[in-house]
Design a protein around this ligand. Structure first.
Ligand code: PLP
Length: 342
C-alpha cells in the first residue's frame, strides 16, 4: 500500500513464537530465534489453502512503555477465521504467549514513541503431510513481528470495482484466510495498470453496494456524518473500524452503519456535497482517498487538513500511543516476559 512498500513487513524481528497442534491438541509453544521453518512438500497448506492470519500492533508511549492494541479482539477473530477454515481454535494461553510474551521479549525493537510500531503477524497453517483433500490434523501457529516506521499514506486514487468479486454470501470473506488475498491480486494489479492505487469492492450480485476497500474496511463522511457498511459474511469485522466508530461516538460525531450504494455516492458528488472517503485498517488507521472513479467518471474527495477523518485518525493513534485517554481499556501494557528464552 502506498509508500509503505519499501519499509513495511520486510525486516523480521529477531524472535518468533511457534506452537504445534498434534495428537488432537495445541501443545505448549516457545519463543525462539527467527528462522526458516521446514515443511514437507506434501504439507496441506501448500495445496488446499488452510491458512489463516491476523495483524496487530505494539506501540510505545512517551515514557517508552510498551502496549499492544486490542489483542483480545484479534484472538476472537482468528478463532472465527479458523472455524470457517475447519482448523482448530487456538487456546488463549498460546495466544498470550505468542503475543504478550513475545512483545515483552521484543520490547527493545518496538520503535520509540513517534517513530513507528512493531507489527505482529500471527498465523496458522496446515502442516500435515498428505495429498488427500480434507481438514488436516496437524497445524503450526506462529507469530512473527516486524518493526515498521510511522505510516504515512498519500491520499489514494481508487476505482469502484464493477467486475471482480472479493467475497460472496456464504463464502469466506469474513475470515482472514490466505485465499481471499490471493484472489484480490489480479484485480488489484489491473487497477494499478489503469492508474489507481486501490479498489473499492462492491457486492458480488449487483456490484452496486460498497463492501470494502482493498484489504481494508472503509467509510465516508458526508454532511458531517460518518457512514460505514456493517460487517457481514462478505465484510470483514475490522478492529480499527470498530474502534473508529467508538471514537466517533466519544467525539459526538454522528455515525451510521448502513448499506451505501454506488448510485448514492454518485448523487452525493453530483449534488456538490463534500465527500470524505477512506480505507480503515490496522496498517494505516485511516487511508484517505483523493479521487474515486465510478464507471470511468472521476470524482474528487475532500482530503484537505480540515477533513473530519483526520480527527478520527489522530484520536485513534493518540489512544494507541498513550497521549489520549484509553477510555475503553484497549491497550494491554506489556512488562517483563515470564518466559525466558533459550
Ligand atoms: C484485516 C482486514 C481488515 C481490517 O481489519 P483491522 O482489524 O482493522 O486491521 C478489513 N478488511 C479485510 C479484508 C481485512 O483482511
Amino acid at each position: 500500500m502506498a509508500n509503505q512498500k519499501t519499509s513495511f513487513g520486510s525486516t523480521p524481528a529477531p524472535l518468533m513464537y511457534l506452537a504445534k497442534f498434534e495428537n488432537g491438541k495445541w501443545q505448549k509453544g516457545a519463543i525462539q530465534t527467527f528462522s526458516d521453518i521446514t515443511l514437507s512438500p506434501f504439507a496441506m497448506c501448500f495445496h488446499y489453502g488452510q491458512t489463516v492470519f491476523e495483524g496487530l500492533k505494539a506501540f510505545k508511549n512517551p515514557e517508552q512503555e510498551v502496549s499492544v492494541f486490542r489483542h483480545a479482539d484479534n484472538f476472537d477473530r482468528i478463532n472465527v477465521s479458523l472455524e470457517r477454515m475447519a482448523m482448530p481454535p487456538i487456546p488463549r494461553s498460546n495466544w498470550d504467549e505468542g503475543i504478550l510474551e513475545l512483545v515483552a521479549d521484543l520490547r527493545n525493537v518496538v520503535p520509540s514513541f513517534g517513530y513507528g510500531t512493531l507489527y505482529l503477524r500471527p498465523f496458522v497453517i496446515a502442516s500435515q503431510a498428505k495429498l488427500g483433500v480434507e481438514a488436516a490434523d496437524e497445524y503450526l501457529f506462529l507469530v512473527v513481528a516486524s518493526p515498521s516506521g510511522s505510516y504515512y499514506s498519500n491520499p489514494l486514487k481508487v476505482k469502484v470495482e464493477r467486475h471482480y468479486t472479493r467475497a460472496a454470501p456464504g463464502g469466506v470473506g469474513y475470515a482472514k484466510c490466505g485465499g481471499n488475498y490471493g484472489g484480490s491480486l489480479l484485480p488489484f494489479r489491473k487497477a494499478k495498470e489503469e492508474g489507481f492505487d486501490q479498489i473499492l469492492w462492491t457486492d458480488s450480485r449487483d456490484h452496486e453496494w460498497f463492501e470494502e476497500s482493498g484489504t481494508m474496511n472503509f467509510g465516508f463522511i458526508i454532511d458531517g456524518q460518518f457512514i460505514t457498511p456493517k460487517p457481514s459474511d462478505t465484510i470483514l469485522d475490522g478492529i480499527t473500524r470498530k474502534s473508529l466508530i467508538q471514537i466517533a461516538k466519544d467525539l459526538t460525531m454522528p455515525i451510521i452503519e448502513r448499506p451505501f450504494s454506488v448510485a448514492e455516492l454518485r448523487q452525493a458528488f453530483e449534488a456538490g456535497k463534500q465527500v470524505e472517503a477512506f480505507g480503515i485498517g490496522t496498517a494505516a488507521g485511516i487511508a484517505p482517498f483523493k479521487e474515486i472513479s465510478i464507471d470511468g467518471d472521476l470524482f474528487a474527495c475532500h482530503h484537505e487538513e480540515s477533513a473530519l477523518m483526520y480527527q478520527l485518525k489522530k484520536n485513534l493513534l493518540g489512544v494507541q500511543t498513550g497521549t489520549v485517554e484509553d477510555r475503553h481499556g484497549w491497550n494491554t501494557m506489556v512488562t517483563q516476559s515470564k518466559l525466558s528464552i533459550a
